[in-house]
Every structure is written in structure tokens, then in C-alpha cells.
Design a protein around this ligand. Structure first.
Ligand code: Z5A
Ligand code: MG
Length: 225
């Protein structure tokens, strides 16, 4: 049987360059003859994705928990096809994933929506073999253009999101050695080179990693035992 593909997630703050880097990575892997699929979350094309899109554009109002679960459902609706693609040898590149899911919802400051609560619906989804977090300073991000008109695109939210990404990675990195921080404040090519090296290293380690894993419970919670 052919070797399975790698599940690679690209995460980061607004304008960190996630989509640009996913595209460069896709091209680079394809040029090396490797089969690749690219998906992004939210996937605004599905029925659930259309509800998310309306919410983000301010055209609908939803309870914080309800929209959170829609974002998670938007991942669950393609979880099986991700697993199948990986098994068929495709390297699947994912633009935002469960980490954005947990962090953006928890950043709203709703006292009934903690980071730990926000992680729960992600448990059991395909676990990335590699998660690349594109780190960028607020000043660097600001040089790449002002905020758009979507919900969450404001300074207060972005500051909280930045703090929570670091808090989340501290927790998940306890059990996972697969999160790598990339300095995304450099040129497109410099960032792309680091990403390409990290992904090639991950693909070489796939035999040692073994079968595709699943995202686990919040480390240290009673559910983890
Ligand atoms: N969200 C959530 O709440 N829950 C979830 O579960 C998920 C998401 C999955 C929409 O996401 C919102 O959904 C988002 C999180 C929330 N809210 N916010 N804020 P989205 O992924 O659809 O958002 P986006 O607008 O596509 O992505 P982005 O984060 O804003 O941008 P990006 O993909 O990181 O950056 P980019 O499009 O590649 O580049 C941005 C600009 O910078 C562009 O002009 C580039 O040419 C430029 N750029 C990129 N790299 C460089 C470098 N290295 N140098 C100079 N200029 C650069
Ligand atoms: Mg993007």
C-alpha cells in the first residue's frame, strides 16, 4: 500500500499570510510530484458554511455557543473525506483548523465559553501531523492593510486571540510535539522556505508517526485519563 499523506495545518492571526503560504506550499509539493489537496476553514460553500459566512458578515446573529458549534460542524462534515484522502496518499494542507476554532470563540470573553469548553467539539477530529503557527506582530500585520468589515476584525479581538493562541499551544504542546512557530513577519519566500522544510521533515517522519491520529481531550482534564 502507498504511504499515507500528511495532514498539515497552517494557523495564525489575521493577515499572517496563511492563505498565501498554503498556496505556495501546494505549488511546491505539486512541483515535486507529491499529491496535494487544499482545504480551508471556514468552508463557506456548504450549507453550514453559508450560515457561518452570514454570521461573519454581520447578516445574522447567533448565540456564541451556537456559532462555535457550527464552526466545529463545518470541520466534522469533511473529517471523513480528509481521512480518506490521507489514506489514499494525498498530503492535505488545511488553512485554519480547530486551533482557530477554540481561540476565536474563547476570545469573545463570554464567561460560559472557556478555552477548554471550546476545545471539546474538536476532540476526535483528525489530528494534524504538523501545525505551523504563523506568528506576526500587530505592527507587521497593520502594514499588510487595515481590518476588513467582518466580525472579529478589530484590535481588541485580535489582541485577545493572540494571547489565547499562545495559551492554547502551551496546553496542547504538552502532549503534542507537532506545533511549530514560524516567524511570518519576513518576506513571502523566507517564510515559504521554512514551511517547506518543516513539511518535508514531517513527510519523512510519517513512518515513525504511524497512522493518522485524532485530536485528544484537553490535557490534564479528567477526560484525558
Ligand atoms: N474563525 C473562527 O472564529 N472559528 C473557526 O473555527 C475558524 C475561523 C476556522 C474568517 O477566517 C474568520 O473566521 C476569522 C477567524 C474565524 N476571523 N477573523 N479575524 P478566514 O480564514 O476566512 O479569514 P481570511 O480573511 O481568509 O484570512 P486572514 O487570516 O485574514 O488572512 P491570511 O490568510 O492569514 O493572509 P493572506 O490572505 O495570505 O495575506 C493577507 C495580506 O498580506 C495579503 O495582501 C498578502 O498579499 C499579504 N502578505 C502575506 N504574506 C506576506 C508577507 N510575507 N509579506 C508581505 N505581505 C504579505
Ligand atoms: Mg486567509
Amino acid at each position: 500500500m502507498a504511504q499515507r499523506g500528511a495532514l498539515v495545518v497552517v494557523e495564525g492571526l489575521d493577515r499572517a499570510g496563511k492563505s498565501s503560504q498554503c498556496e505556495l506550499l501546494r505549488k511546491s509539493l505539486e512541483e515535486s510530484g507529491m499529491p496535494v489537496k487544499y482545504i480551508r476553514f471556514p468552508d463557506r460553500t456548504t450549507a453550514i458554511g453559508k450560515m457561518i459566512d452570514e454570521y461573519l458578515r454581520g447578516q445574522s446573529q447567533l448565540d456564541d455557543h451556537a456559532i462555535h458549534l457550527l464552526f466545529a460542524s463545518n470541520r466534522w462534515e469533511v473529517a471523513r473525506s480528509i481521512e480518506q484522502d490521507i489514506a489514499r496518499g494525498y498530503n492535505v494542507i488545511v488553512d485554519r483548523y480547530s486551533y482557530s476554532g477554540a481561540v476565536y470563540s474563547a476570545a469573545k470573553g463570554n464567561p460560559n465559553l472557556s478555552l477548554e469548553w471550546a476545545w471539546l467539539p474538536e476532540i476526535g477530529l483528525p489530528r494534524p501531523d504538523l501545525c505551523l503557527f504563523l506568528q506576526i506582530s500587530p505592527d507587521e500585520a497593520a502594514k499588510r492593510g487595515g481590518f476588513g468589515g467582518e466580525r472579529y476584525e478589530n484590535q481588541a479581538m485580535q489582541t485577545r486571540v493572540r494571547e489565547l493562541f499562545h495559551a492554547l499551544f502551551k496546553v496542547v504542546r504538552g502532549g503534542h510535539d507537532d506545533v511549530q512557530i514560524i516567524d511570518a513577519g519576513r518576506s513571502l519566500d523566507e517564510v515559504a522556505n521554512d514551511i517547506r522544510d518543516a513539511v518535508r521533515g514531517c513527510i519523512e517522519r510519517l513512518d515513525a508517526i504511524g497512522p493518522l491520529r485524532k485530536l485528544g481531550p484537553w490535557p490534564g482534564s479528567p477526560r484525558a485519563e
